[in-house]
Design a protein around this ligand. Structure first.
Ligand SMILES: Nc1ncnc2c1ncn2[C@@H]1O[C@H](COP(=O)(O)OP(=O)(O)OP(=O)(O)O)[C@@H](O)[C@H]1O
Ligand SMILES: [Mg+2]
Length: 257
């Protein structure tokens, strides 16, 4: 939800309606998602947790529009998602930067492809490099970055198209715990500053409770939503607070059922 001209715009509402998805494996249909239904409000921060293989990444792929072969509907601001578009950005666990391009060139790649005029490209790249705290590393190559810095570059690349929704697939999963805690704060700052709707897959229940407005718990075979828990704790959150720990334990119980 961004403030422009003093009016709150409500771009970035996602409606997932009865989504089911099967893959063909060895000539047989393997159902991966079954009856997924979820409404996400503009500017909301939602985390998705669930056992390995329960379809979390598949669900993100459908929202990005990388795969349109499924039943049901996914609507962004009332319009059906037909394929990838600039209104959605995605960050994966591995940064997926091109090693032969500088940080700035990795970030501007999508803008180039969309024929955004060069001065506008430069403005947006600089803005997003500053947003993720990579000033001074514009001309560095990916191998010259730490894991945390590479993830920042990947986040900048996902944000440079000015998406309404940022999809994050275990974005901090490969980082050490200190870098991870630091980037959690950064994600919150970026979320507050840009007002983008965030949907984050994570295996870390504490991370989900720390960051999100709601935590979606999925269960496998076939992948379904088994619980949606609101996190009604004021921010900044205290990981040691009794209520925080209670909610974390509730989610862990829901996960192990
Ligand atoms: N292209 C594909 N073809 C066939 N099966 C697939 C394909 N992609 C995923 N699957 C299957 O779909 C299921 C869900 O996979 P998905 O990657 O969405 O799980 P996930 O919840 O993201 O797991 P993880 O937590 O390990 O990342 C798995 O059983 C997987 O084997
Ligand atoms: Mg996955």
């Amino acid at each position: 939800m961004s403030l422009s001209h003093g009016v709150i715009d409500d771009q970035g509402a996602l409606a997932i309606r009865a989504v089911s998805k099967s893959y063909q494996v060895d000539g047989r249909a393997l159902q991966v998602l079954k009856g997924i239904a979820l409404d996400i409000a503009p500017g909301e921060f939602v985390s998705v947790v669930g056992a390995s293989g329960c379809g979390k990444s598949t669900l993100l792929r459908l929202i990005v529009g990388l795969d349109t072969a499924y039943d049901g509907a996914i609507l962004l601001d009332g319009r059906r998602i037909e394929g990838p578009g600039p209104d959605r950005g995605i960050v994966f666990q591995d940064h997926r930067l091109f090693p032969w391009l500088t940080v700035a060139d990795n970030i501007s790649l999508g803008l180039e492809a969309a024929n955004v005029p060069i001065p506008e490209q430069q403005r947006r790249v600089a803005e997003n490099i500053a947003l993720v705290g990579l000033d001074g590393f514009e001309n560095a190559y990916p191998h010259q970055l730490s894991g945390g810095m590479a993830q920042r570059a990947a986040i900048a690349r996902a944000l440079v198209g000015e998406p309404e929704i940022l999809l994050l697939d275990e974005p901090l999963g490969a980082l050490d715990s200190l870098t991870r805690a630091y980037l959690q704060e950064e994600l919150l700052r970026i979320w507050r500053q840009g007002g983008v709707t965030m949907i984050m897959v994570t295996h870390d229940v504490e991370e989900a409770v720390y960051l999100s407005d709601r935590v979606v718990v999925m269960e496998p075979r076939p992948g379904r939503i088994s619980a949606v828990l609101p996190v009604d704790l004021p921010r900044p959150r205290d990981r040691a607070a009794a209520e925080f720990i209670r909610l974390k334990e509730r989610i862990l119980r829901a996960l192990s059922r």
